[in-house]
Design a protein around this ligand. Structure first.
Ligand code: FEO
Ligand code: CA
Ligand code: CA
Length: 675
């Protein structure tokens, strides 16, 4: 079975395998945004079965403070204090470490600071339920995979659920699968179809209870625990919001247009102040065959070619060239919301937040209770979005808060500013409304069309094409919003596409940058903002890099992807692409945002060969950092594995019965060594 037709043909910052599987060779296809809109520079200046208590600070997403109520998983003081004065946002947080040196790419190891150790909590295939079969990749089986930890973990959170800090919940998604290193070549069509079904089952989410002996110790997962849950490419969801049930979401199998099956391509996400998990359905197009001439196909990268995943061989809904399933691709590309406290709850897809290649979704509640959700559309020259909920957050009112993302307005960002030689740019911006009072304000498009074809709507409004906006996350201490633009090697290179501008300052931007955005009056529902460049990444010796104005030595960093904050408000950045851009392993970095050390990037860890650093989760006050190690050894094959993470049972050694000799994506906890 040939899965990788583009092998050797990529020109972005990823391996050929990642390009084929993760984003359907997006770089090899025309840039989907064919909008002729000039860049702003050219325009402007050119229910719970068990009662538990939430634990103390830092347990529910970054910066969440002490809770006092019983579960549901909603902390009493979850609201980030927009505009609050920070007295100590400088320095190392509660986690002291000696930065590691950059690690050469192809190093198949987890590298952590001196005095620290790492430990895998959950690996692909680990049995989650009492009736789960043990991991056995020599016998691919979809039913078994539905009961085991999925593949390629990306967004991750660790939620401490009791005051003693001994019970917790791990939530993470499973973005995509890599058939060639997961399973050996099959001898029959029937066996291959079972492999395909197994891959569908390896997508989605895992929710798994954790336990440990005491605070600051390693977590272990609890097999068969009450809240353990798998959500897969088959699980029933329900559409929510203004476009739920509309004609564009209806199929032969679901004439009501209400109940899509499965979630795919989940990349990063966010944990809400009301205790639910959001995640973005990102490169969904790669799972479908579709009419290339249908509305939106070109803009969303859909084609009628056979897919690498071949899901269409086991489920007709993945072939959208048929009349019955022409709308099936419209049922993906949304932000999903999952309530981890209730394993019987039906997860939602929120139409009010628009449909695009959602990287993530992070919530900010300001001092007045206004709720904003920040979202990036991860594609070259695509846009930054914000959703503002119609209703305000009400602390402790869980039923009310669970409906906050059902109604509100969607905005897209337009940046204005002057490019400066040192790349320390400063400008203003505007959130342009796509809807007002929940209804379309885009000329010629209905509300339904704006929400299902959000990219087409934003094209009409003069939004600023960005360099692949990935995680977009508000600082829980200051309210400032950090936009990780991972890279865009086509900027200023591709004919007819925008050149550098102040907010995307580099031609052929291989290393990416981070924009720091401040809402007007620090209000989540503001329609204008100011912004600055915080980092222009790369080798610090390269001209054009910028590290928040910091003059001293900093670590090289490339391709920022997911971000998180520690208890002091320092930014932590995980990367995806440094092997191609800098010949260095991807890793996790910490950088202060204020004070004399603003911009002083230090590296905390590096991930194994060909892996991307996901998560991250920073529990500095508890002495731990967690990362999701995604796609280790992705360029390998069954007979030529290129990573042995995390168990490092290498080829040539004597495996015990049933032992696995290849990589297993896993969630890793990094803690200080105990003396
Ligand atoms: Fe799945 Fe945009 O990274
Ligand atoms: Ca990502
Ligand atoms: Ca994040």
């Amino acid at each position: 079975m040939k899965l990788l037709p583009m092998l050797g043909l990529t020109h972005g910052n990823r391996s050929a395998v990642t390009c084929a599987l993760k984003c359907n060779n997006a770089c090899a296809h025309p840039v989907p945004n064919q909008s002729t809109e000039p860049s702003f520079r050219e325009i402007a200046s050119a229910q719970l079965s068990r009662r538990r208590l939430l634990a103390a600070a830092g347990t529910l997403a970054a910066g969440v403070a002490a809770g006092s109520g019983a579960l549901p998983l909603e902390p009493a003081a979850a609201k980030p204090k927009g505009g609050a004065k920070s007295t100590d946002t400088v320095g190392s947080g509660a986690l002291e470490f000696e930065p590691i040196d950059p690690v050469p790419f192809e190093t198949d190891a987890v590298t952590v600071p001196a005095g620290y150790t790492w430990n895998p909590i959950l690996r692909w295939g680990d049995p989650l339920f009492h009736n789960s079969p043990d991991f056995d990749p020599s016998h691919p089986n979809a039913e078994a995979q539905e009961l085991q930890f999925g593949y390629n973990n990306d967004y991750t959170d660790i939620i401490v659920t009791d005051r003693a800090g001994r019970e917790g919940l791990l939530v993470c998604n499973h973005e995509y699968t890599n058939r060639d290193i997961m399973f050996e070549p099959t001898a029959s069509d029937a066996e291959e179809l079972e492999v395909i079904r197994t891959m569908i089952a390896a997508h989605g989410f895992s929710i798994v209870e954790l336990e440990r002996k005491a605070k600051r110790r390693n977590w272990k997962y609890v097999r068969g625990a009450e809240l353990n849950r798998r959500i897969t490419g088959n699980t029933e969801f329900v559409f929510d919001g203004p476009a739920a049930g509309v004609a564009l979401l209806q199929t032969a199998a679901d004439p009501e247009g209400m109940f899509p099956h499965g979630t795919l391509g989940n990349c990063s996400g966010g944990t809400t102040p009301w205790g639910t998990i959001l995640s973005g359905e990102e490169n969904f197009n790669g799972y479908f065959k579709a009419d290339p001439n249908a509305v939106g196909s070109a803009r969303y990268g859909l084609s009628d070619a056979d897919t690498s995943y071949a899901f269409e061989k086991v489920d007709p809904r993945f072939d959208a060239t048929t009349a019955d399933y022409a709308n099936e691709p419209h049922r993906f590309g949304w932000v999903v919301e999952i309530d981890p406290s209730d394993p019987t709850s039906t997860p939602k897809k929120h139409t009010a937040l628009g449909r695009f290649k959602h990287e993530a979704a992070n919530v900010r509640v300001d001092d007045e209770g206004n709720v904003a959700v920040y979202m990036g559309d991860d594609e070259r020259f695509d846009y930054l979005y914000k959703f503002v909920a119609k209703r305000k957050y009400v602390e402790g009112a869980r039923k009310h808060n669970l409906k906050l993302l059902s109604e509100g307005d969607l905005y897209v960002a337009k940046f204005t500013g002057e490019q400066r030689p040192d790349n320390a740019n400063l400008g203003t911006g505007e959130w342009i409304a796509l809807t007002e009072n929940g209804e379309s304000v885009v000329p010629g498009m209905s509300t339904e069309e704006v929400l299902v074809f959000t990219r087409l709507a934003a094209d009409k409004l003069g939004a600023t094409p960005m360099d692949r906006p990935e995680d977009v996350e508000p600082n829980p201490i200051t309210g400032k919003v950090y936009v990780a633009c991972t890279n865009n090697t086509d900027r200023g290179v591709k004919a007819g596409k925008p050149g550098p501008d102040a907010a995307n300052p580099r031609k052929a931007n291989k290393d990416g940058h981070i924009v720091e955005l401040t809402e007007h009056k620090n209000q989540a529902d503001a329609t204008t903002f100011s912004w600055d460049l915080f980092l222009v990444c790369g080798d610090p010796d390269d001209a054009g890099t910028y590290f928040g104005g910091y003059d001293g030595p900093v670590a090289p960093i490339s391709c920022p992807d997911n971000v998180a904050f520690d208890s002091k408000g320092n930014l932590w950045i995980s990367t995806d692409g440094a092997p191609s851009a800098l010949k260095l392993a991807d890793g996790l970095f910490r950088v202060p945002l204020t004070g004399d050390e603003r911009g002083k990037v230090a590296q905390f860890l590096a991930v194994p060969n060909q892996a991307e650093t996901c998560g991250p989760v920073i529990h500095d006050a508890d002495g731990s950092v967690f990362v999701a190690v995604q796609h280790p050894g992705e360029d390998g094959s069954w007979d030529d594995q290129q990573s042995y993470f995390p168990d490092y049972v290498a080829a040539g050694s004597r495996p015990s019965r049933g032992e696995w000799r290849g990589p297993r994506p896993a969630i890793v906890q990094v803690t200080k060594k105990r003396n």
